[in-house]
Design a protein around this ligand. Structure first.
Ligand code: COA
Ligand code: MG
Length: 303
């Protein structure tokens, strides 16, 4: 079984804050995202590119997945972000995160530029792409976006920009707990469902937006539980304090692993007896249960 590249926790780190890069390098996040977009002020973008180049080359990132969020492709910054960082980062950079993707064409542009820069710099392992879905148009076209490039690794939900794009009133960047009871149901339920369906149908991982209230660990935990329950593979973090919570919630616990082992053993036994289904403690299991159990084992990193 191919091990899953885990993206349980993705720490966003402002591109111009060098001391935060130093703090991020040894942390326990699965993914570090160095950000040139919304956490980096316009007049800091040039300096941030140089800071990111130096950090990627000099800091020890261990075996973390390292990603770079560029600016949106319709701004004057995106092309320069790629030109100035990709050749210098070489094969240490795993993916480029493209925000405010509006169509498949936005990703075709990034794909072509990456191909050209990789060829020129002799980078052999293709750099991946992660697409942030954060507008009504992007959500509508999420299936075409998810199929736009063989470099795509995941879709990410950008809750704050999405909410702004449809005039949904939110005051925080994550909205959890806001407007509770105003609408009978979760106002974002369809959004989550469509995003997850389009991403998974294309074989991608799907990542949820961060929980904005980073001083409230219990709220982060509840938000992460909700994300996992829907099928998200992980969640962004904006602060190091959120990382352990996300790693824990997006990993199968001992009980789930024990149950998965039991399902696999019971199913194998039933198969040997030429039965398609069996029972564990009054619950039926069949081949679908086996697939769920194998998914748990893969997520736990158990072969
Ligand atoms: N990455 C790395 N280090 C971080 C960090 C991050 N995202 N957020 C905080 N830290 C560091 C701080 O620098 C500080 O380090 P120190 O102890 O060496 O001084 C330590 O963690 C504790 O930080 P704290 O004082 O609790 O928070 P803060 O007030 O300094 O920062 C934020 C709060 C929200 C400004 C900061 O967490 C941040 O910039 N987060 C990222 C925002 C972002 O990327 N937004 C775009 C994506 S949605
Ligand atoms: Mg955004």
């Amino acid at each position: 079984m191919t091990p899953i590249k885990r993206r349980r926790s993705i720490l966003s780190v402002p591109g111009h804050r060098e001391t935060m890069h130093q703090k991020a390098a040894p942390c326990d996040a699965d993914v570090i995202m160095l950000d040139l977009e919304d956490s980096c002020p316009v007049d800091e973008k040039t300096r941030a590119r140089a800071t990111i180049r130096a950090s990627i080359r000099t800091l020890d990132w261990g075996d973390k997945t390292l990603t770079l969020r560029i600016n949106p492709v319709d701004t004057p910054y995106a092309l320069r972000d790629l030109l100035e960082i990709i050749p210098a980062a070489g094969s240490r950079l795993d993916t480029v995160v493209v925000p405010k993707v509006e169509s498949a064409a936005d990703l075709h542009f990034v794909d072509r530029v990456l191909t050209s820069l990789e060829t020129e710099a002799g980078i052999e392992r293709p750099i991946g792409i992660e697409a942030i879905i954060e507008s009504a148009k992007a959500l509508r076209d999420a299936d075409a976006i998810a199929a736009a490039s063989s470099r795509l690794r995941c879709l990410v939900f950008g809750i704050a920009d999405y909410s702004a794009s449809i005039h949904m009133p939110l005051t925080s960047v994550s909205g959890h707990g806001e407007n509770d009871g105003v609408y009978p149901g979760d106002p974002l339920h369809f959004v989550y469902g469509r995003l997850i369906m389009c991403g998974k149908a294309a074989g991608l991982q799907v990542i949820d937006a961060p929980h904005g209230n980073f001083r409230d660990p219990e709220a982060t935990r509840i938000a992460a539980h909700r994300s996992r329950a829907l099928g998200f593979d992980g969640k962004w973090a904006i602060h190091p304090a959120q990382i352990d919570i996300l790693n824990q919630i997006f990993s199968p616990d001992e009980e789930e692993i024990a149950r998965a082992r039991q399902v696999i053993e019971t199913y194998e036994q039933a198969k040997a007896e030429k039965k398609g289904a069996a029972a564990i403690g009054g619950s039926m299991i069949d081949q679908a249960s086996l697939r769920m159990a194998r998914d748990v084992m893969a997520r736990a990193g158990i072969q």
